[in-house]
Design a protein around this ligand. Sequence first.
Ligand SMILES: NC(=O)C1=CN([C@@H]2O[C@H](COP(=O)(O)OP(=O)(O)OC[C@H]3O[C@@H](n4cnc5c(N)ncnc54)[C@H](O)[C@@H]3O)[C@@H](O)[C@H]2O)C=CC1
Ligand SMILES: O=C(O)[C@H]1O[C@H](OP(=O)(O)OP(=O)(O)OC[C@H]2O[C@@H](n3ccc(=O)[nH]c3=O)[C@H](O)[C@@H]2O)[C@H](O)[C@@H](O)[C@@H]1O
Length: 450
Amino acid sequence: MKITVFGTGYVGLVTGTCLADVGHDVICMDVDAAKIERLKQGEIPIFEPGLESMVTRNVEAGRLNFTTDAREAVAHGVLQFIAVGTPPDEDGSADLKYVLAVAGTIGEHMDDYKVIIDKSTVPVGTADRVHARVAEVLKHRGVSVAFDVCSNPEFLKEGAALEDFTRGARIVVGTDSEAVRERMRECYAPYNRNHEKLMFMDVRAAELTKYAANAMLATKISFMNEISNLAERLGADIEEVRRGIGSDPRIGYHFIYPGCGYGGSCFPKDVQALARTASQVGYEAELLTAVESVNKRQKVTLFEKLSRAFDGDLAGKTIAVWGLAFKPNTDDMRDAPSRTLMEALWAAGAKVQAYDPEAMKECRRIYGERDDLVLVADRIQAVKGADALVVCTEWKEFRTLDGEWLKQQLAFPVVVDGRNLFEPSAMKSACLMYYAVGRGDSMHQAPEAS
Ligand SMILES: NC(=O)C1=CN([C@@H]2O[C@H](COP(=O)(O)OP(=O)(O)OC[C@H]3O[C@@H](n4cnc5c(N)ncnc54)[C@H](O)[C@@H]3O)[C@@H](O)[C@H]2O)C=CC1
Ligand SMILES: O=C(O)[C@H]1O[C@H](OP(=O)(O)OP(=O)(O)OC[C@H]2O[C@@H](n3ccc(=O)[nH]c3=O)[C@H](O)[C@@H]2O)[C@H](O)[C@@H](O)[C@@H]1O
């Protein structure tokens, strides 16, 4: 099938590349000329495992092309995927200006039937707005061309994007048109061989499904972070509690890892946007507001623990930071807990000595050159000469740690672990002061037995 994808970010590039990989003829269009130029040269602007080789083989096979030319892009595909950003507006609602700009572009150039597909995460009612924008532009041009708009939200995770796209649990399509159903079945047929993954529903249900999924996952995380803060104060080990509740199939082990708060480009903005949607229809979404505020508080806990370990005086201290990305296997630092930590450290007069396997370039892009940020080549150099260590991201290479060795590197034996990577007993026997998440650390007094 001929397919056009607008936007070559995490979702657009993965969608276009995976669809080309199963034999479709794909053009990806972006307004960012520099990005398109890099893609044409075979350079991938993001780090996503497996993506580079998949892009290369499909470009070489002639099935995947990149352009900034809107006319060429619209003329190409019968399917027109919109996969541009939907960042938060000032009031937290999703800003639809990029989505509606693409709708306008499609309306401007289309001359035959198109299925316009909202792949971006968009509030309920957006398909209607996209439809109205295209119709308005066509009317302005004085032409009449048939088209449909459907919703096909994306559920991939960064760092596992190819696996999630090609082997995802479900493919949700919101439409009331049989013509659209038929074309979407054809588009996704290569991914729909073993069992039926396509779920057709009405447009509004599909739009809400995406927000409900992200909000549910974020709720699980905030719930566990809340319980971990309690565990700390009660002298219980949250890791045992996690195993204890995860074994109940009604709860499950996924997304109940306590940590330093969820980050990334989606959970924070989507929980906020859904709460905003609720208030627009006169409903106060109390749970969503709590999920968000628990997360905000959790992001500050790394700094608070460190600050307490140094009696509130971090001025002049050098803090080693392991992990800058919001999660492993990505270079994305959007809303990463490491940013909350580093910004608080700088405000307190401390210096950061950081290492991340993939996100160093991104970190430099965000913060530029500054005296209080030293980016080093590996995790060992990060702790050399540092006063304390904080773990922000659970990259595999951080999982083994020789406590004795670490103690010799650090000026103070303080380790704050935002991802519960290490065994408290091993840290203790190396005489390290080890502060994990919800593991009954020494900062809170357990209640005395009466
Ligand atoms: N990042 C993720 O893991 C996931 C993101 N989503 C959703 O997918 C959407 C896209 O997210 P990302 O890919 O992360 O965004 P991104 O910010 O990485 O990429 C968006 C791209 O769209 C381009 N763009 C903007 N206006 C354009 C236009 N008029 N025509 C063509 N291209 C244009 C930008 O230049 C940029 O390259 C968002 O709604 C997001 O919530 C959904 C599932 C997963
Ligand atoms: O809409 C989106 O953009 C995507 O958002 C998330 O994917 P992503 O943000 O890429 O990454 P996750 O693996 O979900 O992690 C998000 C954050 O939650 C944190 N997390 C995750 C799981 C957990 O148990 N505990 C926890 O703190 C991670 O460290 C990370 O900061 C969802 O998992 C995807 O299904 C969805 O498509």
